[in-house]
Design a protein around this ligand. Sequence first.
Ligand SMILES: CC(C)(COP(=O)(O)OP(=O)(O)OC[C@H]1O[C@@H](n2cnc3c(N)ncnc32)[C@H](O)[C@@H]1OP(=O)(O)O)[C@@H](O)C(=O)NCCC(=O)NCCS
Length: 376
Amino acid sequence: MPDRHVVLSATGLYTPPFSISNDELVDSFNQYVRRYNAENAESIASGSLKALSESSADFIDKASGIHSRFVLEKDGILNPDIMRPQFVKRSDDELSLHAEIGIAAANQALAKAGLHGSDIDMVLVANSNMQRPYPSISVEIQAALGAGGFAFDMSVACSSATFGLQTAADAIKSGSATRVLIVNAEMCSAQLNYRERDSHFIFGDAATAIVLERNDLAAAGLGFNVLSTQLWTQFSNNIRSNFGFLNRCEIGNDPLSADKLFIQQGRKVFKEVCPAVSEHITHHLSAQNISPQNIKRFWLHQANRAMNELISRRVLGRDATEEEAPLILDRYANTSSAGSIIALHLHQADLQNGDLGVLCSFGAGYSIGSAILEKR
Ligand SMILES: CC(C)(COP(=O)(O)OP(=O)(O)OC[C@H]1O[C@@H](n2cnc3c(N)ncnc32)[C@H](O)[C@@H]1OP(=O)(O)O)[C@@H](O)C(=O)NCCC(=O)NCCS
């Protein structure tokens, strides 16, 4: 019997105010490259330094499907002297930026669910990165919304949304929570190396929120039954960030060196993760006696267009249509844990009662998580 105890009643989305096109990003990157090559001309000529290669908007479009990305701050990223977002430092008494964008998404989800913050008894912030280790961003959001119960932060990189979803669903099933707010608030621009040609185009910023409720508490006809969830991890160094609290203590380690930002072996990730994700989804559906052909929608993690096309093709045995496996990465790029939830948020209104969908996120770890959802 499928598990019908938990309802995903509403979603919310915060989209940052600024968008950067591939052309703008490449123009800034290429200014940096030309300056670097000119300043190091002698060393490059003598062979002691390698010249940097320029980036191309055409390559980015073809290799990833990304046309633009939303960011919280644009000028610093595009300034070839800075090449990172710049935020005004807030005092400890002000709401943190991370909590602010999470709350913007959370308020939308709560309003759609017909709830107030005080109805929530568990807040989970599940992201790739946290603005600080403590106090938890989730506890800050819990206080700002007037939620009760308890709150904690967790991180499973790009898979944080589905890992959060299973954690929240388990809490509801066990009775330790009745209504959970999950926030995926991703400030990916702050962990991206805008001076690295292989990855400078990959990420964008966004925050999403979902409300999970015990089914007897959820308003009739709202959202989805969470039929089943499944998680998987297997260690890999192919997506990595060495940023951490030991950086300043490690002898010989430069706390500002590039390995403290996002680094990946993109081609290896592509080759290894696609089969793992399609097998994961196929096994999850088969364990629930559901044929992939009965799935109306796949809300997949949004990292790369070809990856999503390959995964859905392997699961379905044919190409998925745009309606079946919608893409949002053309406008949002990879927003880490928020990506599959943005797809869910923007592509659910047409579903009918009883329609089935698969939410699936995947990424560093490696990690893969999926949830089978049934429209109520
Ligand atoms: C990152 C990714 C888009 C790169 O695409 P790719 O087709 O694998 O590209 P490669 O890195 O193999 O590079 C192919 C060529 O393009 C070049 N290239 C790389 N970046 C470039 C850029 N910005 N502009 C122009 N050319 C570029 C490379 O130098 C290489 O040239 P070569 O063939 O002469 O050696 C792709 O590998 C990917 O999306 N992987 C999965 C990433 C992912 O999902 N990560 C998970 C994060 S959650």
